[in-house]
Ligand binder design. Structure first.
Ligand code: G1P
Ligand code: ZN
Length: 542
């Protein structure tokens, strides 16, 4: 065992989804070690039977970081580490493995949808034994510890061969290199009607899945092509690359351009989907048709009983605050509760553990259920395929019928990336200052009903998370929301969320940006976006 003296690193405060920094920051001497030791110190001594799950999205620095973590886990006294072959585990697969094998917890290495490579991003987070991201009380304790520790411990040993499935000893600890796909694929098969989906595909239904050179390639090939019989080539960009092919592995209309071009082109397939760097996000497309993530959650909830795992109905729905209210209408119709939580998946865990909700979703291309404690890209794809197989209608027809039944929540998010931090903080401070004076005022024809900085009290453990975003609600149910990203690694990202409800089905055909034009202009005015950020247009519109 080697004990290495270290000095605390400031700036290791985890954001919405763990600690994310440039690879160059993580590669500094002692930097990763500091964070990992802070995690282990926070957990305290573990029993000799304790199992740790380790894996990542395969991005640059993944293998190096895993070797360090294995030696530190052995020094901390873990009995066994389960690590995905090649260092690979998608985020939902890591959650599945933690739960299936009753692990103590897991370290997941990913910067999600952020680009990878020597000059790009890396990330790490700790998930608890329920398979979900550690709650804020734990991440706060990890951060506090990272500022105080003066040494870390690791054993002296050769690197482990991560490519060979099987067991090796590392000091007193066993390292078990596992097939990263099998457990997850089996779980999916237990949830959905694979026979019906197989029949759909055999009947000529055409689909395309874009893995964006990221972690879902091997998962999608096994499930879609091998188990469900989709033709070879259904999965594109299916080999995980350390730099994601130089791309931005974020499944949205901007970054998944190859898939989008095909789905909106001549002879488009019936169904298209993409996932992100670590496999927890999803984008769903029909032929010439985009399904917003907020609508996707609502449609899946409304059709859940068509899937074997949810045939008896759902307990409730949770959505992040900025996500549209479409799911709320489904919950009301089903007579189940709908919870509004702060941004970030970790807030759903308590609700799922307590059996209060079955389905969860975020506007940021995240959908999932209580089968794991992470959002799950391929799960959402399979649930859509299950619904499509059982209903025998097109994606567009299903969504349009949903709008006709429930009304349409026009919805869009405008991101201003790389804004100077002081300017972004100033903008939010300005909104906080004006919030109290806004109710009753009329902006661009909309009357403000309520304005606040969203705070959430967890209904299970009573913990309070304040300062989660400025909401301006209007009397007709429309809404604009402003918040700063907690996942960016350079400057600040301002996110502006705009929503308008339209009950009248003769008005469900407007282009989204046009339907929201007044609210978008209003948002720009009230937050003084142009003056404060120097930007006259967003970087990304979804
Ligand atoms: C973003 C999304 C959020 C999601 C998170 C992790 O966080 O907005 O919904 O949970 O990524 O995928 P943000 O950058 O907005 O803090
Ligand atoms: Zn992700």
């Amino acid at each position: 065992m080697r004990i290495v003296a270290t000095t605390p690193f400031d700036g290791q405060k985890p954001g919405t989804s763990g600690l994310r920094k440039k690879v160059k920051v993580f590669a500094q001497p002692h930097y990763l070690e500091n964070f990992v030791q802070a995690v282990f110190d926070t957990l305290g001594p573990v029993p000799a039977t304790a199992v740790l799950v380790v894996g990542g999205d395969g991005r640059y620095h993944n293998r190096t970081a895993i070797q360090t973590i294995l030696k530190m886990a052995a020094a901390h006294g873990f009995g066994r580490v389960l690590v995905g072959q090649g260092g690979i585990l998608s985020t939902p697969a890591a959650s599945c493995v933690i739960r299936k094998y009753g692990a103590f917890g897991g370290l997941i290495l990913s910067a999600s949808h952020n680009p990878g490579g020597p000059d790009e991003d890396f990330g790490i987070k700790y998930n608890s034994g329920n398979g979900g991201p550690a709650p804020e009380s734990v991440t706060d304790a990890i951060y506090a510890r990272s500022l105080a520790l003066t040494e870390y411990r690791l054993i002296e040993a050769e690197d482990v061969d991560l490519d060979r499935i099987g067991e090796v000893r590392l000091g007193a600890m066993t390292v078990q290199v596992i097939d990263p796909v099998a457990d997850y694929a089996d779980l999916m098969e237990s949830l959905f009607d694979f026979a019906a989906i197989r029949g759909l595909i055999a009947g000529g239904f055409r689909l395309r899945f874009d893995a964006m050179h990221a972690v879902t390639g091997p998962y999608a090939r096994e499930i879609l092509e091998r188990r469900l019989g989709a033709p070879a080539g259904t999965v594109i960009n299916g080999v995980p690359l350390e730099d994601f092919g130089g791309g931005h592995p974020d499944p949205n209309l901007v970054y998944a351009e190859e898939l989008v071009a095909e789905m909106f082109g001549q002879n488009a397939p019936d169904f298209g989907a993409a996932s992100d760097g670590d496999g927890d996000r999803n984008m769903v497309l029909g032929r010439n048709f985009f399904v917003t993530p907020s609508d996707s959650l609502a449609v899946l909830a409304a059709n859940a009983t068509l899937c074997p795992a949810y045939a008896k109905g759902i307990a409730g729905i949770a959505r992040s605050m900025p996500t549209s209210g479409a799911a709320d209408r489904v919950a009301a119709r089903l007579g189940v509760p709908c919870f509004e939580t702060p941004t970030g998946w970790k807030f759903f865990g308590n609700l799922m553990d307590a059996g209060k909700v079955t389905l969860c979703g975020e506007e940021s291309f995240g959908t999932g259920s209580d089968h794991v404690r992470e959002k799950d890209g391929l799960w959402a794809v399979l649930m859509w395929l299950n619904v499509l197989a059982r209903r025998g209608e097109s994606v567009e027809a299903i969504v349009r019928q949903h709008w006709a039944e429930y009304g349409r929540n026009y919805y869009s998010r405008h991101d201003y990336e790389g804004v100077e931090s002081a300017a972004a903080n100033g903008l939010i401070a300005h909104l906080r200052d004006t919030a109290a004076s806004l109710p009753g005022t009329v902006l661009h024809g909309y009357t403000v009903a309520m304005c606040d900085d969203f705070a959430y009290t967890d209904p299970v453990d009573g913990s309070v998370s304040a300062g989660q975003g400025i909401r301006i609600l209007f009397t007709d149910g429309s809404r604009v929301v402003f918040r700063l990203s907690g996942t960016g690694t350079s400057g600040a990202t301002l996110r502006v969320y705009v929503e308008r409800y339209e009950a009248d089905s003769s008005r469900h055909d407007q282009p989204t940006q046009q339907a929201l034009a007044d609210l978008i202009a209003l948002a720009g005015d009230v937050a003084q976006i142009a003056a404060r950020t120097g930007r006259d247009a967003p970087t990304v519109i979804t």
